[in-house]
Design a protein. Structure first.
Length: 223
């Protein structure tokens, strides 16, 4: 199954409840929440306060993408705020496996993300271990960028590696994704597509999402 995760970063923040309802009604699976600290990435977005205030207004799973230094220090706050999955960046910590294990002790689904310049090999120890893996298809920090095609080679490599071992990997791609390139992502092996601008900056999110879902029929990710 293909999971679609609208990224709230591209929403109209003056009317979040309406914006979230719109993508939920359009058939989203997750709400992707980009947390940026102005340190790990050169931009600041929002924190647990905003997440807990929207939590009562939607049934979507909260996919919290931590683009912050010291994720372990703050992860508890995001769990309390209502995160269902927390993903931290491989590059943001000294010992990613230790960080992963410490987060798992808090009994939450945990993913690991890599930025475009980080090779996919670093994620191999997490295949079959982490709840999901995320390949960033743009440099983290800003919405509305163009997908970097070479990053999809990493998706392909990780999907093959998992398939050869019979592992049903949740493999997420994030950045610059929309109706015109969703099928490249699923062809490479992604089964979770994050889309900010494509779903929030359109008047017809339902039809964009339907087009994105056609990508699954063209390229079933386990095939
Ligand atoms: C980038 C974020 C993405 C971004 C996606 O740092 O992690 O989730 O908001 O937005 P679009 O789809 O506009 O590239
Ligand atoms: Zn993100």
């Amino acid at each position: 199954m293909l999971y679609i995760a609208p990224s709230l970063l591209a929403a109209d923040f003056s009317d979040l409840r309406t914006e979230i309802t719109r993508v939920e009604d359009a058939g989203a699976n997750y709400l992707h929440l980009d947390v940026m600290d102005g340190h790990f990435v050169p931009n600041i977005s929002f924190g647990p306060g905003l997440i807990s205030s929207i939590r009562p207004h939607t049934n979507l799973l909260f996919d919290v993408h931590l683009m912050i230094s010291e994720p372990l220090r703050y992860v508890g706050d995001f769990i309390k705020a209502g995160a269902d999955i927390v993903t931290f960046h491989y590059e943001s910590v000294e010992d990613p496996m230790a960080t992963f294990k410490a987060i798992k002790q808090k009994e939450i689904a945990c993913g690991i993300a890599i930025s475009p310049k980080t090779p996919a090999d670093v994620l191999l120890p997490f295949v079959g271990v982490a709840d999901s893996l995320m390949v960033m298809t743009v440099e983290p920090g800003f919405g509305g960028q163009k997908l970097i095609p070479e990053t999809l080679d990493k998706v392909r490599m990780l999907r093959r590696y998992a398939n050869r071992r019979g592992i049903n990997l949740m493999l997420e791609v994030d950045g610059g994704i929309g109706e015109n390139n969703a099928s490249y992502c699923t062809e490479a092996g992604a089964n979770v597509l994050v889309a900010g601008s494509a779903l929030f900056k359109t008047k017809r999110p339902r039809s964009v999402m339907a087009k994105m879902r056609e990508a699954e029929l063209e390229h079933p990710f386990l095939g």
